[in-house]
Write a protein of this length. Structure first.
Length: 289
């Protein structure tokens, strides 16, 4: 956020060259003299003030609780290809985002080509597992990959519980009653929801296709779940088991949200996800015969 004009109104930076997020909450997003401004009385991430937003140079503006946006602001963002997402505190919930219209279809086409070709689809899935496990995965069978994931995540749960001094009796999840498990299991469920929200922001920021996943298949947000899982072994478990250790009688969902919001910012989780999406799909496109 900068003082004064940001350059000519017609200046346009290609989306592929943009990088970054702007987090805003507890204020009003509007347009003044052709510039996007955010006015806040404080109380959130920003001190009270009137800020100019560099909408031409960022991928997405994240609008948090206590905020409003004018029609002119939406028009200006759309004109310059900057996405806007309504989020929960610290992006632990993803409520909505207008469809992003990037200046190039290259990334979406690369995703569709890789998804439609069984060999490329498997290659992307293996690359995702390599990011998660920190090693090259040899198998080329998706069910075998899922089996390896199950064994590794089971071990990761036990290690995280030991690290935070949390009693762990195993993963138990009832879709019909997600609040029915013990505190660690409830915390993992809430942390999973927060991580999915972060991945939703990243997918929206690059204009990727949420439905075309490489490991997940049936969900309407399969690719979002793929990206969220890239951080399941580290960030998600740090959030979940750390929240259990911190809770001390507080509502576990609230503690998880607060811890997730801090960690997302400290570790740059969403920008990392954006880079991972671009890298994975670029690799798949370069590997095409």
């Amino acid at each position: 956020m900068l003082a004064g004009r940001l350059g000519l109104e017609k200046a346009h930076i290609p989306h592929v060259d943009r990088h970054g997020l702007v987090w805003l909450d507890r204020g009003r997003l509007e347009v003044e003299a052709g510039c996007l401004r955010f006015i806040t009385a404080g109380g959130g991430a920003l001190a009270a003030g009137d800020y100019q937003i560099p909408h031409q140079a960022v991928s997405i503006v994240l609008l948090g609780p206590g905020s409003s946006v004018t029609h002119d602001a939406l028009r200006l963002l759309a004109r310059h290809g900057c996405a806007l997402a309504a989020i929960g505190e610290g992006a632990v919930r993803f409520y909505t985002a207008p469809p992003l219209m990037p200046d190039s279809s290259a990334l979406a086409r690369a995703q569709a080509r890789a998804w439609a070709d069984p060999a490329q689809r498997m290659a992307v899935a293996r690359a995702m597992y390599a990011l998660r496990f920190g090693e090259i995965v040899r198998t080329r069978d998706i069910e075998a990959l899922r089996g390896q994931e199950g064994a590794r995540i089971k071990r990761a749960y036990a290690l995280a519980a030991d690290r935070f001094g949390v009693r762990w009796a195993g993963r138990h999840y009832d879709r019909a009653d997600p609040e029915g498990g013990d505190l660690p299991n409830q915390s993992i469920n809430h942390a999973g929801a927060a991580m999915t929200a972060a991945a939703s922001v990243a997918v929206a920021a690059v204009g990727a296709i949420p439905q075309l996943g490489f490991v997940h298949e049936d969900s309407g947000q399969s690719f979002v779940l793929d990206i969220a899982d890239l951080h399941r072994h580290d960030a998600l478990l740090d959030i979940a088991f750390g929240a259990v250790a911190e809770a001390r009688g507080q509502p576990i969902e609230r503690v998880v949200r607060q811890r997730a919001a801090r960690l997302f910012r400290q570790r740059g989780i969403i920008p990392t996800m954006i880079d991972q999406i671009k890298s994975l799909l670029a690799q798949a496109d370069e590997a095409r015969p």
